[in-house]
Write a protein that binds this ligand. Structure first.
Ligand code: KIV
Length: 281
C-alpha cells in the first residue's frame, strides 16, 4: 500500500507521480488496480458529481458518503479526503473532529486542506495527532469569491512570495505534500525546489513532483472547452452518448434483448463472479 513515506520517497528519488480524484466504488477500484498511487476524494465532487457551480455547498456528510465508497473500492492507493468548506475554517476543534471522521469513519489515510494562514496551525495540530495533511495553495476553489472567480494566482511578485512563504510554513507545520493549483510554472517550480516535501500540480506546469487531474476531466466526461491545464485521456462523454443512441435503436428495433440475455424456466444463467449479481438481480 502506498503511504506518505512512499510519496516522500518518490520526491527523494526524483520520480514524478500521478494522483487522480475518485468519488465512487467502481472508479476507485479501477484506478487502484491500474496502480494510481494516490486517490483524492476531492470536494470537486460538488461540481462534477452533484452539479453545483462551486465547491462551497459541499458538506462533510456529502464527502463521507463518497469517501466511504472510495475506500471500499481501493486496496493499494493512499486515500486523501478533502476537507470541505466550513469543516475546518471556524476552529481547530472542528478541523480535528472532521479530519478524524475522514480517518475513523471513511478509511481515509490523510486529509487535504486549502490555504495558508490559519490553516498552518491546523496542519500542525493534525500532524501532531497523527493525521497526515496535504496542503493546497494557489487557486484554492473554496476562496472563489475572495479571488473574484477561478483565477490563476501568483502572477505578481507579492502573490508569488506569499505562496512560497505559505508553502514553507506548511512544510514546517508537518504537511506531507502540497497541491499547487492554477499558478505560473515559474512560481510552482520555485516552490517545488524550495521544499523537501513533494508538490502536486494542477495547472502549475511540469516541474511539480506529482500531477493531479479531476477524474471527469481525465476520462473526458466533462464536455465543452476544457481549461488549459486539462488533458483528456479518454472520450467517455462521446462514448456514453454513442452507447445510449445504440441502446435506444436496439430497443426500438427489437435487437435487444437477444436470446443470450434471456432467462429460461429450466434454470437461470449462473453468475461467474459474485459482483455480476447486481441491483438485487
Ligand atoms: O477537489 C479537488 O478535486 C481538488 C483537486 C483539483 C486538487 O482539490
Amino acid at each position: 500500500m502506498t503511504t506518505v513515506l512512499d510519496v516522500q520517497r518518490f520526491k527523494d528519488e526524483g520520480r514524478h507521480f500521478a494522483m487522480l480524484t475518485a468519488y465512487d466504488f467502481l472508479s476507485a477500484r479501477i484506478l487502484d488496480e491500474a496502480g494510481v498511487p494516490i486517490l483524492l476524494v476531492g470536494d470537486s465532487l460538488g461540481m462534477v458529481m452533484l452539479g453545483y457551480p462551486t465547491t462551497l455547498p459541499v458538506t462533510m456528510d456529502d464527502m463521507l458518503v463518497h469517501a466511504k465508497a472510495v475506500s471500499r473500492g481501493a486496496r493499494q492507493a493512499l486515500l486523501v479526503g478533502d476537507m470541505p468548506f466550513m469543516s475546518y475554517q471556524a476552529s481547530v476543534e472542528d478541523a480535528i473532529r472532521n479530519a478524524g471522521r475522514f480517518v475513523q469513519e471513511a478509511g481515509m489515510h490523510a486529509v487535504k486542506l486549502e490555504g495558508g494562514g490559519r490553516v498552518i496551525e491546523i496542519t500542525k495540530r493534525l500532524a501532531e495527532i497523527g493525521i497526515p495533511v496535504m496542503g493546497h495553495l494557489g487557486l484554492t476553489p473554496q476562496s472563489v469569491h475572495t479571488m473574484g472567480g477561478f483565477k490563476v494566482q501568483g502572477k505578481t511578485d507579492k502573490q508569488a512570495a506569499r505562496i512560497l512563504a505559505d508553502a514553507k510554513a506548511l512544510e514546517e507545520a508537518g504537511a506531507f505534500s502540497i497541491v499547487l493549483e492554477g499558478m505560473p510554472t515559474r512560481v510552482a517550480t520555485a516552490v517545488t525546489h524550495a521544499l523537501r516535501i513533494p508538490t502536486i500540480g494542477i495547472g502549475a506546469g511540469p516541474a511539480t513532483d506529482g500531477q493531479v487531474l479531476v477524474f471527469h476531466d481525465f476520462v473526458g466526461l466533462t464536455t465543452g472547452k476544457a481549461p488549459k491545464f486539462v488533458k483528456r485521456y479518454a472520450g467517455l462523454a462521446e462514448e456514453i452518448s454513442r452507447a445510449a443512441s445504440e441502446f435506444m435503436e436496439d430497443v426500438r428495433t427489437g435487437r435487444f434483448p437477444g436470446p443470450e440475455h434471456e432467462y429460461t424456466t429450466n434454470g437461470s444463467t449462473p453468475a461467474k463472479d459474485p459482483t455480476e449479481v447486481r441491483y438485487g438481480g
